[in-house]
Write a protein that binds this ligand. Sequence first.
Ligand SMILES: Cc1cc2nc3c(=O)[nH]c(=O)nc-3n(C[C@H](O)[C@H](O)[C@H](O)COP(=O)(O)OP(=O)(O)OC[C@H]3O[C@@H](n4cnc5c(N)ncnc54)[C@H](O)[C@@H]3O)c2cc1C
Ligand code: FES
Length: 254
Amino acid sequence: MIQELAIVTGRKEVAEGIFVLRFESSYISKNVRPGQFVNIRVTDGLSPLLRRPFSICRVEENQVEFVFNVVGVGTRILASKQPGDKLDVLGPLGNPFRYEEGFDTAIMVAGGLGIAPFPFLTQLIGGKNVETFYGVASAAKLWSEHLRNVHVATDDGSAGFQGTVVALLRAYLEETKLRNAKIFGCGPTKMLQALSNFAKMSEIQCEVSLEGEMACGVGICQGCPVERAKGNKKYALVCTDGPTFNCQDIVLAA
Ligand SMILES: Cc1cc2nc3c(=O)[nH]c(=O)nc-3n(C[C@H](O)[C@H](O)[C@H](O)COP(=O)(O)OP(=O)(O)OC[C@H]3O[C@@H](n4cnc5c(N)ncnc54)[C@H](O)[C@@H]3O)c2cc1C
Ligand code: FES
């Protein structure tokens, strides 16, 4: 892990209100793995805010990208960054997805900005088959660059299947009878709950990446608990025990 002032090298609006920021970091680009995140300090010019966590979305040589939409003050400031500006970045943090062995097909399931870790996971997963299930509110919110075999679900029916991404996945698996797959999920808690329940019932291995609120990002403030499903300790910390978890190991409360 490193804390550095990285230089912003690119900014692009890739879908309606969705931005990709690129920064330069030799250390993070070499050491980060899919599922890990960086914690970025933003400042409104008066006082620094708490750091904000973002999954790493893609790496190319010494360039690192993350994707976000504007939900509050921190992301509004990030969306105004331009090439040449500096970013106070801490990372890489957390545990990556376990993607190297034990399955033939990776099923990536994203709800909205939960797509963030999947371009990088797709990049590093090698020759395995990949099927990507991507649920968004409407077609204007879709950003499907750097993904493979994308199956789209929208709430309003403006693209792909109309309904939830988990319903789309269920229908696909009933039809294809795919064997020896592993699900990787990221998105809102309610969607991850539905996905975990489906994976458990279908006996498909499944890891989820949690994106709840977080502060220090390094296990100090105890501000990111998630209930464990088993073991002596009642809670795990999303920042240091996750953000990726086997869905059997945690209890998701929406
Ligand atoms: C490990 C991890 C990885 C993440 N990766 C990404 C990513 O790649 N791209 C991305 O866009 N976001 C990601 N997030 C969420 C992101 O960190 C928050 O959206 C961001 O901190 C919001 O900052 P803000 O200052 O703009 O909003 P704030 O002003 O802090 O909050 C604005 C509103 O958004 C709500 N909010 C804030 N954070 C969250 C959250 N995590 N979930 C639901 N509601 C929230 C607040 O309750 C409030 O109502 C990630 C979170 C975690 C924990
Ligand atoms: S965010 Fe501080 S302990 Fe996890």
